[in-house]
Design a binder for this molecule. Structure first.
Ligand SMILES: [Zn+2]
Ligand SMILES: [Zn+2]
Ligand SMILES: [Zn+2]
Length: 763
C-alpha cells in the first residue's frame, strides 16, 4: 500500500550535495516526491510503498555524505499524492536565516584524482571542487548560499561546467563554486611589487622557486601563507628574519601521512586528526631523525604539521616533493592577509614572489590547530574547517546572544535558539587592523545568520578591546562575565552539563571579581552562578605586563616570597646575567608593593620556575618559557615536591613556597632540568587532586571539568585525569578550545542565564 511521508532534516545540510544525494536515494527506492532547501534546513516529501519508505529513511540515517551533519530527522505522515517522479524544487525563504552554510571542505579523493590525472580536463587545475569539497564560508558574502552570493559570481560557467551543475546525477550538481580551467579562477605569479610575470605555467615556476630556497606568499582559502622549503635551514632562517618573527614555531605542510610519519612519531588518533576533513594543524612530537631545519621550531620537540586541503596545496606539495613551511601571513599582530593588493603592500617586503589567484576571499579564516590530549582530539584553535559549523546547545537561549570573547586569541560566538556559532579566529585584539577584522567578522556572521543580538556578553576586564566593543554597541543588555566562570561553562556546554560542577580553570590570567588577576581557580559552577572555592597563592608581578616577557622578574618575585624577602639570587645562574641594579629595583617593587599586582595564574608559575631552571630571563612571546619548560619533563620521573594547602579561610589556597625552596635546592645540587620539570608538573597535579578531594569531602562528588589554556598541556591534563578519574567523573575539552579561543561559548550561556534571572553571577 502506498503512503506519504514528510521528513524534516536539520543540521549542516546545504552546500554539501545533500539534495542530489536525497534525489538519488529516492530514485533507488523507487519513490516519487520532492526535496527542497529552506532557511531552517531541508524538507523531503516522499510517496511510495511503506517498505520502500522505510528503507529510504534508513539510508538517510546510515549513509549521510561525509560533509553533511544531520542533527535531527523528524518524520510525519502526510496524505498520499499522485506524483510521477522525484524532483528537486527551488530553494525557498530568501532573507531568512541560513543556518546551514558549511565550513570550507578539504579536497575530496575524487577531485584529488582528477587533478592528478593527465587525461582529465581538470588536470593540474588548482581550483577543482565538487559538492563534497571546496571553499564555502570563505567565499560566502550573503545568504542563501548560492553562487550569486559568493565571490564565484563573477566567473561565468562554461558549457561543460554548466552541464555538470544542472545534471542531478553528476557529482557537481549545484556545486556553487564549480570551475574548470576554461571558466574558473586562474593562478598567477607576481613580483614582490605586484607585477604579474608572463608565464605559461606559474605553478611550475613557483615550484622551482621554492625548491631553490625562495620565500613565497601563497594565496589560500582563508588568507595568505608565507611558504618556504622546510628542510632548507637558510630559507627558514631568512623567513624568520624577514618576518621579524620571534621564535614561535612555524607550521609545516606535508604531502601525505607517510611524510608526516617520517617527521613525527604519530599515534592512530593523530593520524586520524591530520587526515580529518577539517585538516587542522596538528601538534605532534618531532622524531629525532626528522629531516627538517631546526629553525622551523627552535628548541621545541613539538611540531605543527598539516596536510594539503586545496588542490593547489596538493599540486605544490607533490611537485616540490618536500615539506613546506606554511605560516599564516600575518605581520606583528595584524590579521591574516587576504587580498592581492593588500598582500603586495604587506608581504612584498618579505616574499620573493607572490602566488595569487583571482578568486576573492570574502572572509578571512586562519588555519585551525588541534592536538591529541589524553587520547582525545582537542581543538586548540577553532577556525578554518570548523567555522561556521553549528554547535548544538543542550538548552535554547531565550534571545540571540553575542559573546565578544577574550582579548588575546579572540574568537566571538553568536547563539540563536539551541545553536551556537563560533566566528573565525581573530587573534590578539592589540591593533586597529585586528579590531577592524573583529567588527567585520561579527557583521558578516550576523548577516549570514540574519540576527542582530540585543544581549551582548563580554569579559569583566575593562581594558579588553572586546569589552570596549561590547560597551559601545547598541544592546538592550550588556553583561559582564567572569573569565574563569566562562571557561568552566564552555567546558560544561561541550558535555551538556548543567552543573553544579567543580571547574578547575587554570590559565595565564583573567580578571577576577576582586579586580586581581585570577588563573589558578577551582570554582563550583552552574551556568548562571559560581563560587570560588580554591586558588593558588598569588605571585606579585613587578612591572605588571612587563613581567610576562621579562620572566626573570616573576622568578625573583616567587623567590622573594618563598624565602621571606631574602631571595638567594647569588646562588642562581639565572640572575648572573641581570644587572645588580635591576635586581635591586625589582626586589624593592616586590618588597614594597610598588607596581607589583598579585596574580593567581598557573601560567605565571610556569614562567617563573621555567625561567629559573632553564636560565631564561626573557620570553619573546607570552607562554614561550612555559612551553619550553613543559616539553623537557622526564615522564619517567614520579617524584614530586612538598606543598601546603591553607584551609583556614573559606577560600582554600595552595601554597607552593615549600616547592620553590626544594627546587632551589635541586638547582644548587645540579639535579637535571628534565627531572625538576617533571617533579614540578607532578606537584601541580598532586596539589590539584588534593584540593579537589578536600572539597569533595565537604560538597560531595560533583563532576569535575578541566579548562583554561594551561590544560593545552598534555602532561598536566593527563596527570590530573589519572589522579581523579576513579573518584570523580572528569570532563575535558574536545570541540571547543580549552584556552581563550573557547571562552565566548561560556560567555553566551552565562549571559543568557543572567539575562533570564536578572541575577548576579557570583557569591
Ligand atoms: Zn571534490
Ligand atoms: Zn568550466
Ligand atoms: Zn583564560
Amino acid at each position: 500500500m502506498n503512503e506519504g511521508c514528510r521528513i524534516e532534516v536539520r543540521g549542516t545540510v546545504q552546500g554539501v550535495g545533500f539534495r542530489p544525494w536525497v534525489y538519488r536515494l529516492a530514485r533507488r527506492a523507487g519513490l516519487a516526491g520532492r526535496v527542497w532547501n529552506h532557511p531552517e534546513g531541508v524538507t523531503i516529501e516522499a510517496f511510495g510503498g511503506s517498505g520502500s519508505l522505510e528503507s529510504f529513511v534508513q539510508w538517510l540515517r546510515d549513509d549521510t555524505p561525509a560533509s553533511a551533519r544531520i542533527r535531527e530527522l523528524r518524520l510525519s505522515k502526510i496524505p498520499l499524492e499522485v506524483a510521477e517522479d522525484f524532483v528537486i524544487e527551488p530553494s525557498e525563504g530568501v532573507g531568512a536565516r541560513a543556518l546551514s552554510i558549511p565550513p570550507d571542505l578539504a579536497t575530496c579523493d575524487k577531485c584529488e584524482e582528477e587533478v592528478l590525472d593527465p587525461n582529465d580536463r581538470r588536470y593540474r587545475y588548482p581550483f577543482t571542487n565538487c559538492t563534497e569539497c571546496g571553499p564555502r564560508f570563505t567565499i560566502t558574502t550573503d545568504v542563501p548560499y548560492d553562487r550569486s552570493a559568493t565571490t564565484m559570481h563573477e566567473f561565468i560557467l562554461c558549457p561543460s561546467c554548466e552541464r555538470e551543475f544542472h545534471d542531478v546525477m553528476d557529482r557537481r550538481f549545484h556545486a556553487q563554486p564549480n570551475a574548470c580551467p576554461e571558466c574558473g579562477p586562474r593562478l598567477s605569479l607576481c613580483e614582490p611589487d605586484g607585477t604579474q610575470m608572463i608565464l605559461d605555467d606559474p605553478l611550475a615556476t613557483a615550484v622551482g622557486l621554492l625548491c631553490d630556497g625562495a620565500i613565497l606568499a601563497i594565496k589560500g582559502l582563508g588568507g595568505f601563507h608565507l611558504a618556504c622549503d622546510a628542510s632548507n635551514a637558510r630559507a627558514v632562517q631568512e623567513l624568520r628574519m624577514r618576518k621579524h618573527r620571534d621564535e614561535k614555531p612555524f607550521a609545516v605542510m606535508v604531502r601525505d601521512l607517510a611524510v608526516a610519519a617520517s617527521l613525527a612519531s604519530l599515534t592512530t588518533e593523530e593520524k586520524l586528526l591530520l587526515a580529518s576533513q577539517e585538516r587542522p594543524i596538528v601538534l605532534v612530537e618531532r622524531r629525532p631523525d626528522a629531516t627538517l631545519a631546526t629553525e622551523v621550531a627552535p628548541e621545541s620537540p613539538v611540531l605543527g604539521l598539516f596536510l594539503p586541503y586545496t588542490p593547489l596545496h596538493h599540486l605544490l606539495l607533490r611537485e616540490v616533493d618536500r615539506p613546506l613551511v606554511m605560516t599564516s601571513a600575518n605581520i606583528a599582530g595584524e590579521p591574516i592577509c587576504k587580498d592581492n593588493a593588500e598582500a603586495v603592500v604587506r608581504l612584498g617586503g618579505i616574499a620573493d614572489a607572490l602566488l595569487v589567484h583571482d578568486r576573492n576571499i570574502a572572509m578571512r579564516c586562519d588555519d585551525s590547530v588541534a592536538r591529541v590530549i589524553a587520547g582525545k582530539a582537542t581543538v586548540l584553535r577553532r577556525s578554518r574547517g570548523f567555522v561556521p559549523r553549528p554547535f548544538q546547545l543542550k538548552e535554547a537561549v531565550d534571545r540571540p546572544v553575542l559573546a565578544c570573547g577574550a582579548h588575546l586569541k579572540n574568537t566571538f560566538c553568536i547563539a540563536v535558539e539551541d545553536t551556537a556559532y563560533f566566528g573565525p579566529h581573530i587573534g590578539d585584539l592589540e591593533t586597529l587592523a585586528s579590531m577592524e577584522f573583529f567588527e567585520e567578522a561579527v557583521d558578516r556572521m550576523q548577516t549570514i545568520l540574519s540576527v542582530e543580538p540585543k544581549v551582548v556578553a563580554h569579559d569583566l576586564h575593562p581594558g579588553y578591546m572586546s569589552t570596549r566593543y561590547a560597551k559601545t554597541r547598541w544592546a538592550s543588555e550588556t553583561i559582564g562575565v567572569q573569565h574563569h566562570h566562562a571557561h568552566v561553562v564552555s567546558a560544561m556546554a561541550e558535555h551538556g552539563l548543567r552543573g553544579p560542577v567543580l571547574g578547575i580553570a587554570y590559565d595565564g590570567t583573567g580578571y577576577g571579581n576582586d579586580g586581581t588577576a585570577w588563573g589558578g581557580e577551582v570554582l563550583l559552577c552552574s551556568t548562571g552562578h559560581f563560587r570560588r572555592l580554591a586558588t593558588f597563592r598569588p605571585i606579585k608581578l613587578p612591572g605588571g605586563n612587563r613581567a610576562m616577557r621579562e620572566v626573570w622578574r616573576v622568578a625573583l618575585s616567587l623567590l622573594h616570597d618563598a624565602f621571606s624577602g631574602d631571595a638567594p639570587v647569588d646562588d642562581l645562574q639565572l640572575f648572573q646575567a641581570i644587572p645588580d641594579e635591576s635586581i635591586r629595583v625589582v626586589a624593592q617593587m616586590v618588597g614594597r608593593d610598588l607596581n607589583a599586582p598579585p596574580a593567581h595564574g598557573i601560567g605565571r608559575y610556569f614562567d617563573a620556575v621555567g625561567a629559573l631552571v632553564l636560565n631564561r630571563p626573557g620570553a619573546t612571546f607570552e607562554g614561550q618559557v612555559a612551553v619550553a619548560w613543559n616539553v623537557i619533563a622526564d615522564l619517567t620521573e614520579r617524584a614530586s615536591y612538598p606543598f601546603e594547602i591553607d584551609r583556614t579561610g573559606l577560600l582554600h589556597v595552595v601554597d607552593l613556597r615549600t616547592m620553590v625552596r626544594a627546587i632551589v635546592e635541586d638547582l644548587t645540587t645540579n639535579v637535571a632540568a628534565s627531572t625538576i620539570s617533571a617533579k614540578f608538573h607532578n606537584t601541580l597535579i598532586k596539589a590539584t587532586a588534593t584540593v579537589v578531594r578536600g572539597l569533595g569531602d565537604v560538597i560531595g562528588r560533583p563532576p569535575v571539568v578541566l579548562t583554561g589554556g594551561v590544560f593545552q598541556n598534555p602532561i598536566l591534563t593527563e596527570g590530573v585525569l589519572a589522579e581523579l578519574r576513579n573518584e570523580f567523573k572528569c570532563f575535558t575539552h574536545s570541540q571547543v578550545p580549552p584556552g581563550d579561543g573557547g571562552l565566548a561559548l561560556g560567555q553566551v550561556l552565562i549571559a543568557n542565564a543572567i539575562a533570564a534571572e536578572g541575577s548576579t553571577p557570583c557569591a
